[in-house]
Design a protein around this ligand. Structure first.
Ligand SMILES: [Zn+2]
Length: 433
């Protein structure tokens, strides 16, 4: 056994299944548990006394007794280029893009700026307990190179891609159908499947891509079936009206993507708030994923995600921050806002469902559940340690939790953020700075 072995002790919580289907049995909980990690992988999990009793010589023991050890959190839709426009005042989607995002993203022509922001972004994810994300870069290939290089240096499991835009954007942020294809292809050949990295073909949305560019993106998806697809859909009513003008042949917004070959089990559509029944049917038939981005949807006034309708219909759902339209890097805070969105829809979201979504649920949505999303032998050692007593207000609240784990998790989700993250392990290495 190598000297890199590490034992992480705490209350080990891990999902085996979806609690919406399996109930409380979906969660495995070991009150005084431990996880043995070595060479980036989970080697053993069990009662602390057993794991400590067979600790390899020289193993480091990180004692987080009292805190929760869970699989690292997963963010299914986020823009690393928007870390300096997060919290920009007063606009809805299309104006927000023009006034803030498209100005900010022009800075990513400079590779040094890309590298600096990529470093900040990844460190901030880890501070928030997020170990995997599906990330939009900018139109510049160097923004993708910088992001993947920073992720590789941290041995983090990340998915990302170059934004494609050949219409309705500043000249400096536009590619063409052909150059978008060529640049994406070169990036795929450089990064897809390298170490823990995967590529997402990334046409921003059907407003800023012509039919020719969407078809080029669809061609890439056919040629590189390992790659993901990420884009935005049905976020805002003015956006939807604009898509109908620009793509008069399509039956609906989702149909624009379906016609281009961009739907499928590795395609993640951000938002999906205002969907027709036919669009839901298309998402279900193709096993496409809808990304629920509650802080963004509230911040930009886009609308309320109808979780119950999509779940009942069989749409695969992921949870995401959508920074910088979203206002927090924290998946805990994101889940708290998700709960409030569902409240406004008269729907419920128990804590177990939300924590499942942040971990194994999102891993399943991204087809990564054979590698991450739960604490099991043979999975990658991406873990988060959450302290339910992290702040005076949390500690005070927990006095009345009465030892009920679901009460505790719900309060942690509603009141927690990066302050509740005691440590984040990426491939077995502590990374919270
Ligand atoms: Zn987005």
């Amino acid at each position: 056994m190598s000297a890199s072995a590490r034992i992480i002790r705490g209350r080990v919580l891990s999902f085996r299944d979806d609690p919406a289907i399996a109930g409380a049995a979906a969660l495995s909980a070991i009150e005084d548990g431990a996880v043995l990690v070595s060479a980036g992988m989970i080697e053993a999990v069990g009662e602390a006394r057993d794991i400590l009793g067979r600790a390899p010589e020289g193993a480091i023991v990180d004692d987080h007794t009292g805190s929760l050890v869970m699989a690292g959190l997963i963010d299914a839709h986020v823009h690393y280029s928007q870390t300096q426009v997060i919290g920009s005042y007063g606009a809805q989607l299309l104006d927000w893009l023009q006034n803030y995002t498209f100005v900010e993203e022009q800075k990513f022509a400079d590779p040094a700026h890309c590298a600096r922001v990529a470093d900040f972004f990844l460190d901030e994810l880890f501070r928030s307990g997020t170990t995997t994300a599906m990330v939009y870069c900018t139109v510049h290939p160097q923004s993708v190179d910088a992001f993947f290089a920073a992720a590789e240096a941290r041995n983090a499991r990340m998915i990302a891609g170059k934004v494609m835009m050949d219409r309705d954007a500043p000249e400096a942020l536009m590619d063409t159908a052909e150059s978008g294809y060529d640049e994406s292809r070169a990036l795929i050949e450089r990064w897809s499947g390298r170490g823990r990295l995967d590529y997402a073909i990334t046409p921003r949305f059907a407003v800023t891509s012509t039919k020719a560019q969407l078809e080029a993106a669809g061609a890439l998806a056919r040629e590189f079936p390992r790659c993901y697809v990420q884009t935005h859909a049905n976020e805002n009513k003015a956006e939807i009206a604009r898509v109908a003008e620009l793509h008069p042949d399509a039956k609906s917004y989702i149909d624009v993507y379906a016609r281009a070959g961009l739907t499928g089990p590795r395609a993640v559509f951000g938002h999906c708030i205002h969907l027709h029944d036919s669009e839901i049917a298309e998402l279900v038939a193709t096993q496409s994923i809808a990304a629920f981005c509650p802080t963004s949807n509230l911040f930009l006034g886009s609308g309320l995600f109808d979780e119950a309708r999509l779940s009942r219909s069989g749409v695969r759902i992921a949870l995401a921050t959508d920074v910088g339209g979203g206002t927090s890097y924290s998946m805990l805070h994101t889940a708290a806002e998700g709960y409030k969105v569902l409240q406004l829809n008269h729907q419920s979201w128990p804590a177990l469902h939300a924590f499942y979504r942040m971990t194994l649920g999102n891993a399943r949505a991204l087809s990564l559940d054979d590698r991450i999303g739960s604490i099991e032998v043979g999975k990658e050692a991406d873990l988060v340690v959450l302290d339910p007593q992290a702040t005076p207000a949390l500690a005070h609240r927990m006095e009345t939790a009465g030892g009920d784990l679901e009460v505790e998790l719900f309060a942690l989700m509603m009141m927690g953020d990066d302050r509740a993250v005691r440590q984040t392990y990426v491939a077995g290495e502590p990374r919270k700075t």
